[in-house]
Write a protein that binds this ligand. Structure first.
Ligand code: FAD
Ligand code: SF4
Ligand code: SF4
Length: 462
């Protein structure tokens, strides 16, 4: 029986007042009844565009949703596991409105089926009700090295281990998960969920070596030579913070969003946090309009700041952040200052931040990506008072590391790969994820890791 209600079953969430003071997950997930009711909205379309053109890893969406309709939640999980190794993560953080849900035919005359919320429900149900039974596969005698334990590296490692390869993941930092662990905040993606998905890879026999950086502690020659790996997969991301290159970015109280989020997520502070914890500021101004800026401002609210502002040089219509993130930030009390272009971080006279000097802007012609360009209005300099500034203006490639690897890159420092085989300019070295595409999404990185694993298998078994 189909549920023809035009609206999605809303995802239950904590009240904004509770969220403001807590890093607990803000959305609490469907109950079994809510999940079945939402699943009944799916038409099980023969063409299923949600799956074929919406989901980068082609999750079998109508099939797993059909299992939910029948109350067969574990069967739904097993269907998802044939195409994804991170369903609890993707169900939470995928930009579904641009992917599976964006293609859902129910979205034509109403709201799409809540595919992400259903995927999350199934993965959570499995975690809560079924003991893990994964065992290492019989080895095929060959070893593959994976560099970077983010979604690209984890997905490649999981598939290669399933195929019988001895897989070792070398990770620069002390924690596994990449951006999933130290970038995306706890209130959107609880860390125990990432740990649980990683523990399944460990059960499959994948070894992890943390604190081991390519380019510092080991080289591609070591891996392919003395260390005896038959192939290498590079999934080291594109996590080097970009700066605005304006005066005052080195003042006390001015942070890069990556450093701020890392410190908050890992709860151990970093050198910029006095006494290992983030101080309580009067006003925190976050510069940027993307999803990282939303994560930074919502985390800033939770540090107990008096006021949190988003300062963005275009208008709301041009913000690249997802609508849901903007709404949640607003509900939590974040104020938005549009059409403001920061030109200087102001010094209070003692080396600390006193504000952000901005010029008013107006919107001009479209740029190459079809976004209207912000144009400064001369003579409109003014200071937005703030005692802390967080820059969330993007990340890019690690040029130093790429130089050491000696691989071909494009003009933006992205590793060049053969799109069919994911092999780089050096034979037996494959790459995928943000290191190849530039900053993108969890699911696209995961999809690239899986494609690379299949290509490595083809090459090593030829
Ligand atoms: P990463 O996740 O960056 O992982 C790379 C790993 O390689 C890291 O663990 C790093 O420490 C390690 N590494 C780096 N250099 C070396 C080295 N030399 N040797 C060994 N290891 C190394 N995407 C979404 O789909 N939804 C979201 O909601 C979302 N929110 C985001 C929020 C933030 C704050 C950020 C920064 C990104 C967000 N993204 C989101 C983007 C998404 O997280 C990335 O596209 C994805 O993590 C890329 O995966 P990856 O495996 O290529 O790289
Ligand atoms: Fe949708 Fe992402 Fe799940 Fe694919 S992995 S079905 S895009 S939520
Ligand atoms: Fe179900 Fe929508 Fe996919 Fe059709 S397009 S199968 S309604 S999720």
């Amino acid at each position: 029986m189909i549920n023809f209600t035009r609206k999605k079953n809303p995802m239950p969430e904590l009240e904004p007042e509770v969220r403001r003071g807590s890093f607990a997950e803000s959305q609490t997930g469907y109950t079994e009844e809510e999940a079945v009711c939402e699943a009944m909205r799916c038409l099980k379309c023969r063409e299923h565009p949600c799956m074929t053109s919406g989901c980068p890893v082609h999750n079998r969406i109508p099939d797993f949703i059909d299992m939910i309709c029948q109350g067969r939640f574990e069967d739904a999980y097993q269907i998802l596991r044939t195409t994804t190794c991170l369903p609890a993560v993707c169900g939470r953080v995928c930009p579904q409105e641009e992917q599976c849900e964006g293609r859902c035919v129910r979205g034509i005359r109403g709201q799409s089926v809540a595919v992400g919320a259903l995927e999350r429900f199934v993965a959570d149900w499995h975690r809560e009700h079924v003991a893990a039974e994964l065992k290492a596969r019989e080895g095929n005698g060959k070893k593959v090295a994976v560099v970077g334990a983010g979604p690209a590296g984890l997905a490649a490692a999981g598939d290669l281990a399933e195929l019988g390869y001895g897989v070792t993941v070398f990770e620069k930092s002390q924690v596994l998960g990449g951006v999933l662990t130290y970038g995306i905040p706890q209130f959107r993606l609880p860390k125990d969920i990432v740990e649980d998905e990683i523990s399944q890879l460990k059960a499959l026999g994948v070894s992890f070596e943390t604190g081991r950086a390519l380019g510092e502690d080991l080289s591609l020659d070591d891996l392919l030579g003395s260390m005896g790996f038959s192939a290498v997969f590079l999934g080291f991301g594109a996590g080097i913070s970009r700066t605005m290159n304006i005066p005052g970015e080195d003042l006390k109280g001015c942070f890069q969003a990556q450093d701020f989020l890392n410190g908050i997520n890992l709860k151990e502070g970093f050198s910029g946090f006095p006494e290992g914890r983030f101080p309580k500021y009067g006003t925190i101004a976050v510069v940027g309009g993307g999803n990282v800026a939303m994560d930074a401002c919502r985390s800033a609210v939770r540090t107990g700041a008096g006021k949190v502002l988003i300062v963005y040089r275009r208008s709301e219509a041009e913000m690249p952040a997802h609508e849901g993130e903007i709404r949640e930030a607003r509900d939590e009390g974040v104020e938005f200052v549009f059409l403001h272009n920061p030109v200087r971080v102001v010094d209070d006279g003692s080396g600390k931040v006193a504000g952000l000097e901005c010029l008013d802007t107006k919107l001009g012609e479209d740029d190459s990506r079809g976004h209207r360009k912000p144009v400064n209005i001369p003579g409109t300099e003014h200071v937005v008072p703030a005692d802390c500034v967080i820059m969330a203006v993007g990340t890019g490639a690690d040029d130093e590391l790429l130089g050491k690897c000696g691989l071909e890159t494009d003009s933006k420092g992205r590793i060049r790969v053969d799109p069919e085989t994911m092999e780089t300019s050096r034979p037996r070295v494959f790459a995928g994820g943000d290191a190849v595409t530039g900053p993108l999404t969890v699911i696209s990185a995961m999809g690239a890791g899986r494609r690379a694993a299949a290509a490595i298998h083809r090459k090593l078994s030829a």
